[in-house]
Design a protein around this ligand. Structure first.
Ligand SMILES: [Zn+2]
Length: 45
């Protein structure tokens, strides 16, 4: 999952083709890789 740095649109794309990724919305080429939210397990005593 990538996020366009310009318009903030989230783009689901394969890493293999990450060489040529552009935002389908605005055409911006710089996309930020988004990490899935980490779910922390907190055990309450
Ligand atoms: Zn964009």
């Amino acid at each position: 999952m990538y996020k366009c740095l310009l318009c903030g649109r989230k783009i689901d794309i394969d890493i293999q083709s990450a060489d040529k990724i552009i935002c389908p919305s605005c055409g911006y080429r710089i996309l930020e890789k988004e990490r899935p939210p980490v779910v922390r397990k907190v055990e309450s005593v």
